[in-house]
Design a protein around this ligand. Structure first.
Ligand SMILES: C[S@@+](CC[C@H](N)C(=O)[O-])C[C@H]1O[C@@H](n2cnc3c(N)ncnc32)[C@H](O)[C@@H]1O
Length: 203
């Protein structure tokens, strides 16, 4: 599993890696652009003004929302990613912090209309994912959380994908299986966008 230094190193060619895999329609980034576009459209349609991005990376999605006038808040643990994102969005409130131990205090003080986490939460165990998402919901009654990530409806779907991409499969990442977490979130849905990814919407 990549730590913050690993993401520092990846930051310069992250966008390129994603594009290659998405264009090939292959694991792990098949569906990436469609997912980011769909979340972007939902946020604008709902007129969400204050948006928190967990693991914003190179700010591919948040920059577009920033340009549309959203107030952007974010947390990431990679200095390089933060540096890149700050250059693109000078007025965004971006904080360094490891989300495996929760939100940084500055971000807990505010309320958000929408919270987004794209291709970031698969670094947490399933228990930590659920606990973290519940913490976010508790702090932000009425907000919508959009998780765009490598994700599957069922464990069987995940196993089929793992078999297909066995040479490339990252055994250290822990992907969402919606059927296994949906009981924790009464108001939620899963929308698949490729054989290996989709959006989990929770409100
Ligand atoms: C694969 S990138 C995704 C970036 C962006 N959200 C996107 O969709 O392209 C994952 C991001 O999450 C951050 N990240 C991973 N684990 C983290 C953690 N435990 N705490 C804070 N940030 C983390 C990384 O630094 C990186 O910027």
């Amino acid at each position: 599993m990549l730590d913050n230094k690993g993401f520092d190193l990846w930051s310069d060619h992250y966008d390129e890696t994603v594009e290659i895999h998405d264009n090939d329609n292959a694991y792990p980034f098949a569906g990436y652009n469609k997912i980011l576009n769909a979340i972007y459209n939902c946020i604008l349609e709902n007129s969400s003004k204050n948006v928190l991005d967990i693991g914003f990376g190179t700010a591919t999605l948040t920059l577009k929302l920033y340009e549309k006038g959203c107030n952007i808040y974010g947390q990431d643990f990679s200095d390089k990613m933060i540096e890149l994102a700050k250059k693109k969005m000078p007025n965004a409130k971006l904080y360094k912090g490891d989300f495996s131990i929760g939100l940084v205090e500055e971000l807990k003080k505010r309320k958000y209309d929408a919270i987004i986490a794209t291709y970031a939460l698969h670094h947490l165990t399933d228990k930590k994912k659920v606990d973290f998402i519940k913490e976010l919901l508790l702090l932000n009654k009425g907000c919508v959380i959009y998780i765009g990530d490598i994700a599957f409806q069922t464990r069987n779907d995940l196993e089929k994908c793992k078999e297909k991409y066995q040479e490339h499969w990252d055994n250290e990442e822990i992907y969402f299986v919606y059927d296994e977490i949906k009981k924790e979130f009464k108001n939620s849905e899963f929308i698949p966008y490729s054989e290996c990814a989709g959006i989990i919407k929770i409100w």
